[in-house]
Ligand binder design. Structure first.
Ligand SMILES: *[C@@H]1O[C@H](CO)[C@@H](O)[C@H](O)[C@H]1NC(C)=O
Ligand SMILES: *[C@@H]1O[C@H](CO)[C@@H](O)[C@H](O)[C@H]1NC(C)=O
Ligand SMILES: *[C@@H]1O[C@H](CO)[C@@H](O)[C@H](O)[C@H]1NC(C)=O
Length: 600
């Protein structure tokens, strides 16, 4: 039985929902003047006479319950209020999705009727024609500049690991790691001027490992289960690929010294594994982490609590995604079964395993800089520093601005650390997260800095961390063809020298399914509206009940993000054909483009 085309299926969903798409607002600076009839937010210790506060918490504890996971991961909200919240988030996301699904359907139809222009997709160049005047409704600016012209360059492949897929590669530590495979000295020396051992001992060797994809349940498509070495070149200082091993069939090891078609296929095989990891990992490490901590917050913080007010803002639509993931991605016959190398059920189990057992669900351990340090990507005390690290460059600007906002916010409500321990709702949130909610690695919060870090992390996961690998990034970068198919259409070769890369790429109907799936997550209509990252704290009804220090911190955040947006938007290739040291121009984290919340 053929599953109906994803686009037609999605259109039914749109038709089923009756609400009108509301027009989005024009950009504007935060309004600090509007006044609410509700009282200002306050801490419980400053609000002792308010008896409704305890009643509010009791009501929420009865109405928001920990239900079974939806689409895997942690508990999902149930109970009368929990279900109402999920339904409300779903209603909101349908307003976001409606124009996208219409655009995706139009793009798909256009692609199909334009088929003669692609020459039957017989060459790699034919695949770049897919974008030539097409997919304009969902991807108005086209793939990221450079992606269709420079994809065979090794620097493009390696720098993807330091930009839009930055959560896997790690520097090998010569005093605690071991080399998982060997690349002979002759080959390695020709490529790098050093042997593998010398690279390793000098802290220049990096490793990425996707062998855990080897035994997943396959669809009727194919994949390798690659692991790979990267290195920092002693001459150029560039971060480059050294070798890719397939771990399936003949278990071939490819290097840049191979025939160009063989080496290009090796990089594509790596990309297939990387795409799988990046997408299911982000579900575990962003969505699933914030949603359970937020549920614990709803159940313990009164609606008058400033921290809950802030979380309500940054957790916009958060409970809409798991049901959507289950329906559109994971169910038998849905998107994963249609375009990936492994089944939707495998994807959900893989995600849950990453969440529960593989570290993606940990809260404190995945704090922005701590996590990058743990993989030796920043502040390494061995080996040379990375010459360019675009993800870190952009994400740290945003992270620091969020941290500055949270610092003003927390310090204004809690003049001293003992105010944190005196806040019984705050302490109940911590106890609830660590206890019944079973959030993983949630910190004890007894100081202002601990609260600042926890809130900054929530905002970071819901914005920067998420949009780096998802949202607009899929259709514009990590799911672009010919370099990034989500699966192979031939088994990995058993020997080198006979490779025709096109044989491994999707036919047109599968291309269209791949792009339609990626299109579910794009938000081109948010550009310049109050849904973007620079508006993260610009919520008039929230700010009107906040203190003036917080209002002014929100203005400062807005201004700093506006300035950063101008910088990112102006990015182009330099005289060497590079941008941030990469042969493509990466703008995914432009705060006037990326959403402020985890909205897809
Ligand atoms: C964006 O602005 C519109 C119009 O002012 C408003 O109705 C809507 O709630 C705002 N959205 C967000 C997420 O702040
Ligand atoms: C090293 O590799 C080159 C090219 O593959 C080959 O010509 C040469 O004989 C090899 N040298 C040794 C010592 O294996
Ligand atoms: C990458 O592609 C762009 C055109 O898309 C070109 O201008 C630039 O020079 C290329 N960079 C390199 C390093 O080849």
């Amino acid at each position: 039985m053929k599953y109906p085309s994803l686009a037609s299926y999605l259109l039914v969903l749109v038709a089923l929902q009756t609400s009108q798409v509301t027009s989005l607002a024009v950009p504007r600076p935060p309004t600090l003047k509007s006044r609410s009839l509700l009282p200002p937010f306050s801490l419980p210790q400053n609000d002792l006479l308010d008896l409704t506060r305890a009643l509010d918490v009791t009501t929420k504890q009865a109405g928001y319950l920990y239900g079974p996971p939806v689409a895997g991961g942690p508990y999902f909200p149930t109970g009368v209020l929990g279900l109402a919240k999920v339904a409300a988030d779903q209603a909101l996301i349908q307003l976001d999705e409606a124009p996208i699904l219409v655009a995706a359907a139009a793009d798909t139809t256009d692609s199909t009727v334009s088929a003669p222009q692609y020459n039957g997709l017989q060459t790699l160049d034919d695949y770049t024609l897919l974008y030539d005047g097409h997919w304009k409704a969902t991807l108005p600016s086209g793939p990221v500049p450079g992606m269709l012209t420079n994809y065979t360059q090794d620097l493009l492949f390696s720098m993807e690991r330091l930009s839009f897929s930055p959560y896997q590669v790690k520097r090998l530590n010569p005093s605690s790691d071991t080399l998982q495979f060997n690349v002979d000295d002759n080959t390695t020396t020709q490529i790098t001027g050093m042997t593998l051992q010398q690279l390793f001992e000098s802290g220049r060797l990096f490793y990425a490992d996707y062998r855990d994809q080897k035994d997943l349940t396959p669809t009727d498509r194919y994949s390798a289960a690659c692991d790979a070495f990267f290195y920092i070149d002693q001459a150029s200082g560039e971060f480059l690929p050294l070798a890719i091993r397939t771990n399936v069939g003949s278990n071939l090891i490819y290097t840049p010294k191979d025939d160009p078609a063989d080496w290009l296929l090796a990089k594509i095989m790596y990309n297939v594994n990387d795409f799988w990891f990046a997408q299911w990992n982000h579900l575990a490490s962003t969505h699933e982490v914030v949603q359970i901590v937020y549920l614990a917050a709803i159940r313990t913080l009164s609606d008058n609590h400033p921290v809950l007010a802030l979380l309500n803002r940054i957790m916009y639509e958060v409970y809409a995604i798991q049901p959507l993931a289950e329906l559109l991605l994971f169910l038998p016959g849905a998107a994963v079964d249609q375009v990936f190398a492994y089944t939707g059920t495998s994807a959900q189990d893989y995600t849950t395993n990453l969440y529960e057992n593989d570290g993606s669900g940990r809260f404190q351990a995945n704090y922005f800089t701590a996590e990058l340090e743990s993989r030796g990507l920043i502040n390494s005390n061995f080996g040379p520093a990375l010459k360019n690290f675009p993800f870190y460059e952009d994400a740290s600007t945003i992270y620091n601005a969020i941290h500055a906002f949270m610092t003003s916010f927390v310090n204004s409500y809690y003049p001293k650390d003992s105010d944190i321990t005196a806040d019984n709702e705050m302490q109940a949130w911590v106890k609830e997260s660590q206890g019944p909610a079973k959030a993983i690695d949630f910190p004890s919060i007894t100081t202002r800095s601990a609260l600042i870090n926890a809130l900054t992390h929530m905002a970071h996961l819901a914005s920067t961390s998420h949009h780096t690998v998802n949202t607009n990034e899929l259709l514009s970068a990590s799911s672009t063809l010919p370099f990034h198919p989500p699966s192979l259409y031939q088994p990995p070769p058993s020997s080198k020298g006979f490779t025709n890369v096109v044989d491994f790429l999707p036919p047109l109907d599968k291309v269209e399914e791949q792009f339609s799936v990626a299109a579910i997550f794009v938000r081109p209509f948010f550009v310049g509206t109050n849904r973007t990252l620079m508006h993260m704290f610009d919520d008039p009804s929230m700010l009107s009940r906040m203190n003036s220090a917080t209002q002014s911190a929100a203005s400062t955040f807005y201004s700093s993000m506006q300035a950063f947006s101008q910088q990112v938007a102006a990015r182009t290739f330099d005289q060497n054909g590079l941008s941030q040291g990469m042969p493509f121009v990466w703008k995914a984290l432009d705060p006037n483009v990326a959403p402020f919340s985890i909205t897809s």
